[in-house]
Design a protein. Structure first.
Length: 189
């Protein structure tokens, strides 16, 4: 694991501020103050607030998209793939709750990278949809409306960043098993 750079520290600090105040309300001066440095010094490490947002959102979107591609292309059953998707979301979210807040709430503020981000998002959702459709076709999951299943699962998984920070010492495996059970098997007795 590479050591954290000053730029990495700035990005983490900014992500926290974006979550607390919203991207539009945060200034470079706010980020500098939170870092204990002058605003002018920030520009030695980063060019703009937009660059920070791009670093946060695009890196997470690429990670999700790349991992989803691997899950989709694996030889695992649909149920196993769905469990891996749940674990993927829990793992990434637990490691970066502030960044996940930006990914979910601030993506529309991306400028030059907005089209690229939307392409990644569409690709991710298409791969998720493909896993679900395959599971229905193979009779591994109920023949229900794929869009409703996708919406239900993604709504829960995308909002984990709100819930996870309030939990101490999260056991990713245990939470993944429990959440997979509920999302995949439901709450019927």
């Amino acid at each position: 694991m590479k050591p954290e750079t000053r730029k990495d520290e700035i990005i983490k600090t900014a992500a926290k501020l974006f979550k607390e105040k919203g991207y539009s309300a945060v200034t470079m001066r706010d980020i500098a103050a939170a870092m204990g440095m002058k605003a002018a010094s920030l520009y030695n490490h980063i060019n703009s607030k937009q660059e920070i947002l791009k670093e946060i959102i695009i890196s997470l979107a690429e990670e999700f998209t790349n991992e989803m591609e691997l899950i989709k292309e694996s030889n695992n059953s649909c149920i196993e793939k769905l469990k891996q998707i749940v674990e993927l979301h829990i793992t990434i979210t637990s490691q970066n709750t502030f960044g996940m807040a930006s990914l979910n709430s601030d993506w529309m503020h991306l400028e030059e990278q907005l089209d690229y981000y939307l392409k990644l998002r569409i690709n991710y959702e298409e791969n998720f949809r493909s896993v679900l459709s395959s599971g229905i076709l193979n009779k591994e999951i109920s023949n229900k409306n794929t869009e409703v299943i996708l919406f239900s699962m993604l709504s829960t998984l995308r909002s984990l960043y709100i819930w996870i920070p309030s939990k101490e010492d999260i056991n990713i495996k245990k939470l993944s098993e429990q959440l997979s059970d509920i999302l995949i098997n439901g709450i019927n007795k």
